[in-house]
Design a protein around this ligand. Structure first.
Ligand SMILES: Cc1ncc(COP(=O)(O)O)c(C=O)c1O
Length: 360
C-alpha cells in the first residue's frame, strides 16, 4: 500500500510517473500508559516514524518527486532541517533523479548521513534555520536555482511546494478511515508538532477536504504545538491574533527550528475554525516525553516526534481536553534520526561487555 491509494484526491499524477516506497498507512496505537496516567482514556498515537525513510515527510517526498517526474524535471533542489532532505533523497534515488539539499546548520548527523547515503549532494548553510533574515535570503537564492527548466525547488510547505504537501494530507484520510474502522468513534482533537506549519496545514486541509465532500460531518480540532523557542504560530492562535510572526529561533528541537512564517499565516487562519488552539512546550518537556514514549510505550521517536504528545499533556493539565475525548497525537519521526537526543535519554547509561565468567 502507499499514499497513491488516495490518488484521486492528491495531485493527479499519471500512474507511470508515480514513485512509491510503500509510504503511509501507518499504525494508530492506543496509549496504554501515558494517556491513562494523564486522565485521557482515548489517547492514540499515529506512528509516522514507521515510514520508509523514517518520518511523515515521506508522504511529501513521494508526491513531490512523482509530480517532478510527470513534468520531466530531473534535478531536485531542496532545503531541509533534516527530514524533508532524507525523504526527497530517498525518492530521488528511487526515481533515478539528481538531488541537491541545503540543510540548516544544526541538522543532526543521523539525518545528514541518511541523505548522503541515498546519494544526495548535501551542504549546510551557516545560521540557516536560526536567523529569519538570513534564512529568507537563502530561500530566495535557492528558489532562483529551482527555476531552471530541469529543476524544481522542494520545501515542505504550501507556499513553495503544493504537490508535495497534498501528499501529506493523506494523514487525515487515513485517520478518518482508522477512526471509522478501528476506533468506531469520531476524532475530537489531532495534535500536530509545528515548525513552519506545513504539517498542521496539511492535516487541517485533509480533514477540510473530507468535510467538503460530505465524507465527514465536521473536522476534529487541529491543535498546533510549538517549542517555546519557535513560537511563530502557537501564541497567535491562542490569543486570537490574525497572523503568525517571525522570531529568532532558540529551540534545540531539530525539525521545529523554522524562524520564518512559511505557512504560518495560513495555519492561524485555517486551524482556528476547527476549534484548534496553539500550545507551547519547553524543550525539556519534549525530551521528557520522548523518554516516556520509549520507556512507557515502547515507541522510539526523535524529539520533534514527541512534541505533539508533550503539548497534548500540557493541554490536558490545563483542563482543555475532556477525559473521554478521542485524541490523536502525531509521532512524526523515528528515534534513529537523532543520536544526540538518544545520548541525552540514556544520560550516562553504558552497555557493559561481560566475559563468559562474569555471565555465569
Ligand atoms: C519529525 C518532524 N516533525 C514535525 C515537523 C514540523 O513540520 P512543519 O515544518 O511542516 O511544521 C518536522 C519538520 O521538519 C519534522 O521533521
Amino acid at each position: 500500500m502507499s499514499i497513491w491509494r488516495w490518488a484521486n484526491w492528491i495531485t493527479p499524477v499519471p500512474e507511470q510517473h508515480r514513485v512509491t516506497l510503500g509510504e503511509g498507512n501507518t499504525p494508530l496505537v492506543r496509549s496504554t500508559s501515558i494517556g491513562p496516567a494523564a486522565g485521557l482514556e482515548n489517547l492514540w498515537l499515529k506512528l509516522e516514524s514507521g515510514n520508509p525513510a523514517g518520518s511523515f515527510k515521506d508522504r511529501f517526498g513521494a508526491a513531490a518527486i512523482s509530480a517532478m517526474r510527470a513534468e520531466n524535471q530531473t534535478r531536485c533542489v531542496a532545503t531541509s532541517s533534516g527530514n524533508t532532505g532524507s525523504a526527497v533523497a530517498a525518492y530521488c534515488a528511487a526515481a533515478g533523479m539528481r538531488c541537491e539539499i541545503a540543510v540548516v546548520e544544526t541538522a543532526p548527523q543521523g539525518k545528514l548521513r541518511q541523505m548522503m547515503a541515498y546519494g544526495a549532494n548535501v551542504y549546510r548553510i551557516k545560521d540557516f534555520g536560526l536567523d529569519p533574515d538570513l534564512s529568507a535570503k537563502a530561500f530566495e537564492t535557492l528558489m532562483a536555482q529551482g527555476e531552471a527548466p530541469d529543476a524544481r525547488l522542494q520545501v515542505s510547505s504550501y507556499i513553495y511546494s503544493v504537490p508535495g504537501m497534498t501528499g501529506v494530507e493523506t494523514i487525515s484520510f487515513e485517520l478518518a478511515e482508522q477512526a471509522e474502522q478501528q476506533l468506531q468513534r469520531p476524532i475530537d482533537h489531532v495534535f500536530c508538532p509545528a515548525g513552519g506549519g506545513g504539517l498542521c496545514l496539511a492535516v487541517c486541509r485533509g480533514f477540510a477536504r473530507l468535510v467538503s465532500e460530505s465524507r465527514l460531518p465536521v473536522s476534529p480540532a487541529i491543535e498546533c504545538v510549538q517549542p517555546e523557542g519557535n513560537d511563530t504560530m502557537a501564541t497567535a492562535l491562542s490569543e486570537g491574533a490574525d497572523r503568525a510572526r517571525p522570531i529568532t529561533c532558540t529551540t534545540n528541537i531539530s525539525g521545529l527550528q523554522v524562524p520564518n512564517i512559511n505557512d504560518g499565516h495560513l495555519v492561524v487562519e485555517e486551524l482556528r475554525p476547527t476549534g484548534g488552539r496553539g500550545q507551547l512546550v519547553t524543550d525539556e518537556a519534549v525530551w521528557n516525553t520522548q523518554q516516556r514514549l520509549a520507556t512507557e510505550e515502547g515507541i522510539f521517536t526523535e524529539p520533534a516526534g514527541a512534541t505533539a504528545l508533550a503539548g497534548c499533556l500540557e493541554a490536558a493539565t490545563a483542563g482543555r481536553i475532556d477525559s473521554d475525548a478521542v485524541v490523536i497525537c502525531l509521532v512524526t519521526g523515528s528515534g534513529f534520526k537523532d543520536e544526540a537526543s538518544v545520548d541525552r535519554m540514556l544520560d550516562g547509561i553504558e552497555c557493559p561487555t561481560l566475559t563468559l565468567d562474569e555471565l555465569g
